[in-house]
Design a protein around this ligand. Structure first.
Ligand SMILES: C[S@@+](CC[C@H](N)C(=O)[O-])C[C@H]1O[C@@H](n2cnc3c(N)ncnc32)[C@H](O)[C@@H]1O
Length: 297
């Protein structure tokens, strides 16, 4: 991993497929640690404008520091990409040449205990990437009905042990509230079994993913972005989306197909692009990523 705490995925592919050129206006909806944004900014030149947003103010500030001194104009916002329309209005920009959304989380977010996203270290069960959000993962496991927790795990993460895990959570919270990532992981193991060398992924991974998606309203925000972003592309402008799991990729694929069906856009990536062997070796976390690109016609 680079010192930025996150390696940008399919960097060259993104910049090439967005066809970034001097003088353009490009939006990076997920600045993260500024990896893609730096590469985009370096191609925009002094006449170009980079609009950047991130729901996590800590990543936003890091990216701001990294982008300082780039030649292009910069407008950076602590905002959710579901608020793209408002951000563009604030910039007095109607349509842009390129939009990037690199979904999910950056490596530093997953690794930093204070986010409460990982069970590798015991930490408060938070999972909010935007501190303005009011609901934490602890709120969900301690307050939601058993059936709602089971449905969340099943629908968001295909967790086959969803009912057993939900039952164990509810039994345990009658005794004492569930407060930490370690406590939750332990309950998952009690419900569906401890990690074994045969497992490709830790049994707690799916539960953590489903909770993180609910806490950060990931599906709703993505659907909102896919509805709004294409309308703000210039003709010939491109929207690139990198997804990290099949449910997310399906939503992107369907939205792009729908745009094509009504002759609003053209899908540039018939099949999604995936990282090459070199990238997979250097950055194993890129493993599940898929890149799809739509062009406005
Ligand atoms: C995979 S990282 C992006 C990494 C970035 N492309 C780079 O090269 O460093 C995803 C980023 O998107 C942010 N994010 C996730 N959902 C968001 C949303 N709905 N609105 C805005 N930012 C979001 C996360 O906080 C995180 O910083």
């Amino acid at each position: 991993m680079t010192s930025a705490g996150h390696d940008p995925v399919m960097l060259n592919e993104v910049v090439d497929l967005l066809q970034v050129a001097p003088g353009q206006t490009v939006v990076d909806c997920t600045l993260g640690r500024g990896g893609h944004a730096s590469a985009i900014a370096s191609r925009l030149g002094s006449e170009g404008l980079l609009i950047g947003l991130d729901a996590d103010p800590r990543n936003l500030e890091y990216a701001r520091g990294r982008l300082e001194g780039c030649a292009c104009r910069l407008r950076l916002f602590h905002a959710n990409f579901a608020e793209l329309e408002e951000v563009l209005e604030e910039c007095e920009v109607e349509s842009v040449d390129g939009i990037l959304a690199d979904l999910g989380l950056s490596t530093n977010q997953i690794m930093t205990p204070e986010y409460g996203l990982s069970f590798a270290t015991d930490a408060p069960l938070d999972m909010r990437i935007d501190p303005r959000s009011t609901v934490t993962a602890a709120d969900i496991v301690n307050r939601w009905q058993e059936s709602a927790i089971a449905n969340l795990l099943y629908h968001m993460a295909d967790e086959r042990g969803s009912r057993r895990i939900a039952r164990r959570i509810v039994e345990r919270r009658k005794v004492a509230p569930i407060r930490t990532t370690g406590e939750l992981a332990q309950l998952v193991y009690e419900a569906i079994g401890k990690p074994s060398p045969k497992d490709k992924i830790d049994p707690a991974t799916r539960t953590f993913m489903a909770l993180r998606m609910a806490v950060n309203a990931e599906t709703e925000n993505l659907e909102c972005l896919l509805e709004v972003a294409p309308k703000h592309l210039k003709v010939g402008g491109r929207l690139a989306v990198i997804s990290f799991h099949s449910g997310e990729d399906r939503i992107v694929k369907m939205a792009f197909r729908a745009a094509e069906k009504v002759n609003f856009g053209r899908v540039i990536t018939r099949k999604p692009l995936v990282p090459g062997d070199d990238e997979l070796r250097d950055n194993p976390r890129s493993r599940s990523s898929k890149l799809r690109v739509l062009e406005r016609i």
